[in-house]
Design a protein around this ligand. Structure first.
Ligand SMILES: C[S@@+](CC[C@H](N)C(=O)[O-])C[C@H]1O[C@@H](n2cnc3c(N)ncnc32)[C@H](O)[C@@H]1O
Length: 300
């Protein structure tokens, strides 16, 4: 089906157009049950060819040709994507704020809404104290720790991660984007047990918060995000209960805690945080207006 010719560089050009490739990819994706295979095909082609959607549109309008290995690369990824492997795993990276984080099997893929958690941290006065100490509990790929460290170059940031499968991704991303962040392997509570009381200005976490029986509908999440990154007891709040106790011990006066959660959990989390003695409990919406983050403060 391809017509071929060789360029002066001897790269094989095939006459498949971008529009044809998109249709072919959408057909391959069909068994995956995507709500919008054409849109999914467009995202996949853009990611594999490392083109923005705008550049792809221009390629289409100008009728630009594709090289054989580009077409082959896209089609190979499409068949794996049809089995709902996350696109980020297939291309090996996920954007987060101003960086591209390396991701793959074993590590939680950072989500765009978590960028707001970073913004809540660096907007807080406690994070802007001189040499603020900030801990990211359950760092995964390092998204939050790196985002905070880049936004607050004077801060001392500690990234804690207990999964041996996520750990290499964390180390790799820290080496590349924020080598001054201290990474500690193991349960965050155990890793912080030797810290003096009132020794941190900010604790931040996107912890596991899915109730054990609320299996996520998206196959990408259910099948490919690590279980240790998702589930946290019957109501999803076990980890947040531990975080509340730790925050009451570890935060300095006026220190700030902020956690991510589902849109149904805000009220319960405010109650948990107040129950451990923290004040100013506040739930914050994401950009779509859903309540996804709750913060609290150590008494000043
Ligand atoms: C939802 S993921 C968030 C990852 C990353 N912070 C992000 O926002 O993309 C939760 C992470 O916490 C880690 N984790 C879960 N329980 C932990 C514990 N007790 N101590 C340290 N890390 C833990 C998981 O392995 C996972 O990487």
């Amino acid at each position: 089906m391809y017509r071929r010719h060789a360029t002066s560089l001897n790269r094989e050009i095939v006459s498949t157009t971008h529009a044809e490739l998109q249709q072919q990819v959408a057909r391959i994706l069909m068994p995956g049950g995507f709500p919008n295979p054409a849109r999914e095909a467009e995202l996949l082609i853009a990611a594999v060819l490392d083109r923005s959607p705008g550049q792809l549109e221009l390629d289409r309008l100008l009728g630009r040709s594709l090289e054989r290995d580009q077409v082959d690369g896209v089609l190979a990824v499409a068949s794996r994507r049809a089995r709902r492997e996350p696109l980020q795993h297939l291309v090996g990276s996920a954007p987060f704020r101003e960086v591209e984080l390396a991701v793959g099997p074993g590590v939680f893929v950072p989500r765009p809404e978590t960028e707001l958690l970073v913004e809540l941290v660096y907007a807080d006065p406690a994070a802007r104290r001189t040499q603020a100490r900030i801990a990211d509990l359950g760092s995964g790929s390092g998204a939050i720790a790196i985002g905070v460290a880049m936004a607050l170059p004077g801060a001392e940031v500690v990234a804690l991660e207990a999964s041996p499968f996520a750990w290499p991704w964390l180390q790799r991303n820290l080496r590349r984007h924020a080598p001054h962040v201290e990474a500690r392997f193991g349960d965050w509570d155990a890793q912080l047990a030797h810290e003096h009381p009132a020794s941190f200005d900010v604790l931040v976490s996107n912890p596991p918060y899915v109730p054990q029986r609320a299996i996520p509908a998206d196959p990408e999440v259910r099948l490919f995000d690590p279980e240790t990154a998702l589930y946290s007891g019957g109501d999803g709040l076990d980890e947040i209960r531990r975080i509340a106790v730790a925050a009451a011990r570890l935060l300095r006066a006026g220190g700030f805690l902020v956690v991510e959660h589902t849109e149904q959990q805000g009220a319960a989390i405010r109650e948990i945080l107040a129950g451990s003695g923290l004040v100013d409990t506040t739930t914050h919406p994401d950009l779509t207006g859903r309540d996804r983050f709750t913060s609290a403060r150590q008494r000043g």
